[in-house]
Design a protein around this ligand. Structure first.
Ligand code: GAP
Length: 458
């Protein structure tokens, strides 16, 4: 059975060995919690982003994409509240000088039974004192008080020191969608309700990053804001919950590995909020968020920019600032979930264990591998490869026994292996081997493109 054989150590090792994900800046000893996607990984991540974009922009009746700048006017982050309240409660161990999040310490100590989201800083300090929560690094109990730590990365612009202005690397992509609300509405002539989506990098100076690509300081978000009229917001909130859930099922996630978790403490602007959690190798954790953000964001941008964010209904002339339903998911976090969902160790009849990544074919790096049974069949195999490359990302392998080549493709999740053998020369057919069942069928060469098109669609 898939997934439960998986551990984070196995995933990290497989990713490194198979060109999926490497530690960042490795030859210099690494750079804490940064990761580089390799030749196979970049294809999988691009496919994940493509599947999301197709579903939430291209197949949506009334959603539009943007690609906003990472560096935004610093006033954006004042309006959004990030400069004042985008912070984590940090505590330092006075003994070993390691830094920790108070809420994470409490969650770990209580084994998830206590929810620190609902606690004030004073309550968290009291809990840590009362329960003698020790430093997970050195085991001592000697903490500083909680201090808040803003998560935004600062930088500056300007040529001379005097003209330097503090700016930030965006901590979320959402603000690029909010500030362009009227630009998009005007140029598309969209009527409320409509959506704006964006995929892009975000940066957070996380105190406790970790768990591979689960929480990193640089990551990609896929965010979708749905602008709607007050009164219809709760209905759309429910709709986006089910759309987000269905997207994961369609990517072959098992429902028993997913669950909704309502937020216990709502952000000051939120009317309703929940996460979809996934059963990651380290336990149930947030995969994506869905928020009813009310008219908070557009109202704040109207206030701070002095520019109207009012929508005028073309039918009845009614003026209002729309409510926003936000659906936000990290591309890297979804990648980690997809990796752990796909991971399987299957014991074969002969007792051998094969490692197989059972990705949905649409997100697999290669849709097929073309394998000549023997090296002297390479010309025919390369002819087919060239034809398939016009339609799909496909790979080629002529090194080693056919069994070993199948295993290599299983390990990176290639759904189909197409073998050119001597019958191909005789009757123009190839063997197509299915990654999951290992069943083999013979197909006419002329039918391969239609077969792969049908089998790998999303
Ligand atoms: N605009 C709303 C927002 O940014 P969030 O819950 O902070 O909300 C949304 O982030 C999603 O982005 C999360 O559900 C997660 O998938 C991803 N994410 C957040 N912080 C991350 C990090 N440090 N590393 C990787 N992914 C992260």
């Amino acid at each position: 059975m898939a997934t439960k054989a998986v551990t984070m150590e196995k995933l990290v090792a497989l990713c490194k060995a198979r060109g999926i994900i490497f530690p960042g800046s490795e030859i210099y000893g690494g750079m804490g919690n940064t990761w580089d996607y390799g030749p196979v990984g970049v294809e999988i991540k691009n496919n994940i982003k493509r599947a999301w974009w197709k579903r939430f922009v291209q197949e949506s009746d009334n959603s539009f994409g943007v690609d906003a700048a990472i560096l935004m006017n610093a006033r954006v982050w004042e309006a959004s509240g990030h400069t004042t309240s985008f912070s984590d409660p940090k505590m330092d161990c006075k003994e070993c000088k390691s830094r920790h999040r108070a809420d994470t310490l409490i969650e770990a100590h209580s084994k998830g039974k206590v929810n620190p989201d609902t606690m004030t800083n004073a309550e968290m300090e009291a809990y840590i004192q009362e329960h003698q929560v020790h430093c997970p690094i050195c085991g001592k109990f000697n903490w500083t008080n909680i201090r808040t730590f803003n998560l935004m990365f600062e930088t500056s612009r300007g040529v001379t020191d005097e003209s330097q202005n503090k700016i930030y690397l965006r901590p979320e992509t959402a603000q690029g969608e909010f500030v362009n609300f009227l630009n998009v509405q005007r140029t598309t002539r969209a009527k409320v309700p409509f959506g704006i989506a964006q995929i892009g990098k975000a940066f957070r100076n996380e105190i406790t990053p970790g768990n591979f690509i689960f929480r990193t300081i640089e990551f990609e978000q896929m965010e979708h804001q749905w602008f709607c009229k007050e009164g219809t917001d709760s209905e759309y909130y429910a709709e986006f919950k089910s759309k987000a859930w269905q997207f994961l099922l369609d990517l072959s996630f098992k429902p028993e590995h997913l669950r909704f978790k309502d937020h216990d403490k709502l952000a000051h602007y939120a009317k309703e909020a929940c996460d979809i959690q996934y059963d990651f190798p380290m336990g149930w954790s947030e995969l994506n968020g869905i928020h009813n953000r009310t008219d908070y964001d557009l109202s704040r941008h109207q206030e701070y920019s002095g520019k109207t964010m009012t929508y005028i209904d073309p039918v009845n002339g009614e003026r209002f600032i729309p409510y926003v339903i936000e659906y936000s998911i990290g591309a890297d976090r979804l990648m980690l979930a997809a990796l752990s969902e796909a991971y399987d160790e299957e014991t074969l009849e002969n007792g051998e264990v094969r490692n197989v990544m059972r990705f949905h074919p649409a997100i697999a790096a290669y849709k097929a591998a073309v394998l000549p049974l023997q090296k002297n069949l390479a010309p025919q195999a390369k002819e087919l490869l060239a034809k398939l490359k016009k339609h799909f990302n496909v790979t080629y392998d002529e090194a080693g026994s056919i069994g070993k080549r199948y295993r290599r493709q299983d390990e990176i999740g290639t759904p189909y292996c197409i073998t050119i053998d001597f019958d191909t020369l005789e009757n123009g057919t190839v063997t197509v081997r299915d990654r999951d069942s290992m069943d083999q069928v013979r197909l006419d060469l002329g039918g391969v493109i239609a077969f792969l098109t049908e089998k790998t669609a999303f």
